[in-house]
Design a protein around this ligand. Structure first.
Ligand code: 0RA
Length: 650
């Protein structure tokens, strides 16, 4: 709940009443509608996206966002998140504390109102940069509604008070439980098992988001501690996104010190940190009000425009081009570029398929001006950096010709083969893209079984042999010479790089199917990295999936079940009782086509894991750490993650 709303409540502001339609002294814009929490329990998905793991983790973000808002307003320096043994979570901050005074009209404490009323539609926060985009910003009351129990403790006005709730309803009054010279808010909630598929939080998921928030809010300490495992982490970055870029480039050879700018213009704060490294891929992370804008938007467009203009005019001044007409395209500037852009916008508009594209058009010009002016000055003042960047861009510029030739090769090659499609592809017959599925299958023998198992009408099979090329180390030209990759691109139909066109995609679902072993994990990781780097839009559109083949077959007499993980196996084993037979599948090749169909390919009985952009980022990060040039961090990583490292076999 916003500060203004609560302030108005405390002052008994009429605009907060639901039936204020006849009160003409308040414009529609100022009307804050308050209502009960029943709709939240009826349709949780509307408020938190889903009742699966994503929705569950969203509860934590929702509460943490409130503390971050308090930090952005300058009142909170420390945030603590604790996972307890009973699956409850505590979020504690040292902000001003949720106001507790009684509202004259409601006859209730502002604290109670904040946690038991749903507020929608108000626009009070003209001058604050709240975390309030996409799914965020629905408020602590939504978390309360979806918790079987929630306890709020507030330290404020010299007192410490406590109130308890059950499924969104207060079960105790606001009770004074002591004195306090400090201020802050402590919220402990138990997610409701009646609502969520599972109530078990994943440490890594929360940890990486908290680390991101700490990077984005310099000087704020965020502590995560897990009583279930004894693990804890503290994130505190005085340098903010400058340190974020250093972190992203940690295992890479960098070409110059990080460039950083932070400026305010027309009430908008823009921060950009940038550094080139010797690799060939680009890492750009853009955020608006702390939300990762995976689909980009006006801040990113403004940045790209200014980058192209600034580097081109610097190159002109330095007489870097052989011919007068020569010019870098924005693609020439991408190789080895690592950037974090963070915009704080008073009223952010989020658009796009996943509501992760910043829409406010005025941000383009503001970002362009702030970044352009400051980066121009940086290049002038740091000639070594300037020279290194120009050399890197020239390298890409020269390679562009070669890349074009390689791409011609892909086209010509497919034309030469008579059809546009690779010989190894067993295509499907349907022309309805949305119902078509492409299975990318590890190995020719498993590929063969899949071809026999599939429904040819809508399922296509492309076997991939051996290890797909390491896309981290190779630039696009080389990636495009790899036969497996060429086959995949031609089968998909989208082309790549500047020519990539998602509308030309030939399959609605792309399903990666590998063995559940070291090599299989490796290939999955490589393919996800490839899609993330070169066909990100397919991930954003939710078109990439992982097949989930079973790990075990259990049978007794004629009864057969398949188990997809260890827990599954244990429970199936128990239900069979004595004399159960167990077979462990070492690879897809051990299943006959009927089994493969029934367990992994039949849309009525299979499960698929949809890859989210976060999954791809994790794969990409893992990949850089494992495959990057520097050996030391890789060693460190393997030592720290010995178990996973065995799985990945590097
Ligand atoms: C509204 C007004 C004020 C603080 C907060 C909300 C607040 C909410 C949360 C939720 C978690 N932590 C929080 N910290 C603060 C401040 C009103 C004032 O003191 O002027």
């Amino acid at each position: 709940m916003s500060e203004e709303v609560l302030k108005k409540m405390l002052e008994g502001d009429k605009s907060l009443l639901k039936d204020n339609s006849k009160d003409t002294s308040y414009s529609a814009e100022n009307i804050q509608v308050l209502e009960g929490l029943e709709p939240v329990r009826k349709r949780p998905g509307m408020y938190i996206g889903s009742t699966g793991p994503r929705g569950l983790h969203h509860l934590v973000y929702e509460i943490v966002d409130n503390s971050i808002d308090e930090a952005m307003a300058g009142f909170c320096k420390n945030i603590k998140v604790i996972f307890h043994n009973d699956n409850s979570v505590t979020v504690e901050d040292d902000g001003r504390g949720i106001p507790i005074a009684e509202h004259t009209k409601y006859k209730k404490s502002a604290l109670t109102i904040a946690l038991t009323m749903l507020h929608a539609g108000g626009k009070f926060d003209k001058n604050t940069y709240k975390v309030s985009g996409g799914l965020h910003g629905v408020g602590a009351s939504v978390v309360n509604a979806l918790s079987e129990k929630l306890v709020a403790v507030v330290k404020r006005d010299g007192k410490m008070v406590r109130q308890e709730f059950c499924r969104g309803a207060e079960t105790t009054p606001v009770q004074i439980i002591g004195d306090s010279s400090e201020t802050g808010t402590i919220i402990t909630f138990h997610p409701d098992p009646q609502i969520f598929e599972s109530i078990i939080f994943d440490y890594e998921t929360i940890s990486s988001r908290l680390r991101e928030l700490a990077f984005l809010n310099k000087g704020v300490s965020i502590l995560l501690s897990d009583e279930r495992s004894g693990i804890s982490d503290q994130y505190l970055y005085k340098g903010g996104i400058k340190e974020f870029v250093e972190h992203l480039n940690k295992n890479k050879q960098v070409l110059h010190p990080v460039f950083f700018v932070e400026k305010e213009k027309d009430g908008v704060i823009i921060e950009v940190a940038l550094q080139y490294n010797t690799t060939y891929s680009e890492q750009i992370y853009s955020f608006a009000n702390n939300i990762n804008t995976h689909e980009g938007g006006s801040h990113l467009t403004g940045f790209r425009t200014a980058l192209t203009r600034t580097i081109n005019s610097y190159a002109d001044k330095q007489k870097s081009f052989k011919s007068d007409e020569a010019k870098f395209t924005s693609d020439d500037m991408r190789e080895g570029l690592t950037v974090v852009i963070s915009a704080k916008v008073p009223e952010p508009q989020f658009e796009g398929q996943t509501k992760t594209k910043l829409g406010n058009s005025i941000i383009k010009g503001i970002t362009e001006t702030i970044f352009g002016e400051s980066f121009t000055a940086y290049l002038e003042e740091h000639p070594h950096a300037g020279k290194a960047i120009i050399t890197k861009c020239l390298d890409a510029f020269n390679a562009r010709e070669a890349a074009r030739k390689a791409k011609d090769l892909v086209r010509r090659k497919s034309l030469l083969e008579g059809s546009r499609l690779p010989g190894k592809l067993a295509d499907c017959s349907s022309k309805n893209v949305e119902e078509c599925e492409l299975y990318l299958v590890e190995g020719d023998s498993a590929g063969g079984s899949c071809k026999m198992a599939r429904k040819r009408e809508f399922q296509a099979i492309l076997p991939l042999k051996g290890k797909v090329i390491n896309v981290e180390k190779a630039r696009l030209v080389k990636v495009l010479k790899n036969e497996e990759i060429i086959n995949m691109i031609t089968a998909l139909g989208t082309s790549i790089g500047e020519d990539f066109d998602a509308k030309k995609l030939r399959y609605g679902k792309i399903i990666i199917m590998t063995d559940a072993d070291v090599d299989g994990n490796h290939i999955t990781c490589l393919l996800l990295t490839f899609f993330y780097r070169h066909m990100k839009e397919l991930i954003v559109q939710g078109r990439i999936y992982l097949a989930q083949p079973p790990l075990y077959k259990l049978w007794k007499g004629k009864n057969v079940v398949y188990a997809y993980d260890e827990k599954n196996r244990e429970s199936s084993e128990k239900s069979f009782g004595e004399g159960v037979n167990i077979q462990r599948y070492k690879g897809l090749g051990e299943m006959n086509p009927e089994q493969l169909w029934e367990t992994t390919m039949n849309p009525d009985s299979r499960t698929l894991k949809k890859i989210t952009i976060e999954d791809a980022i994790v794969a990409d990060e893992l990949f850089t750490r494992l495959m990057g040039d520097d050996v030391e961090p890789r060693k460190e990583f393997i030592m720290a993650h010995a178990k996973e490292a065995v799985m990945l076999d590097v």
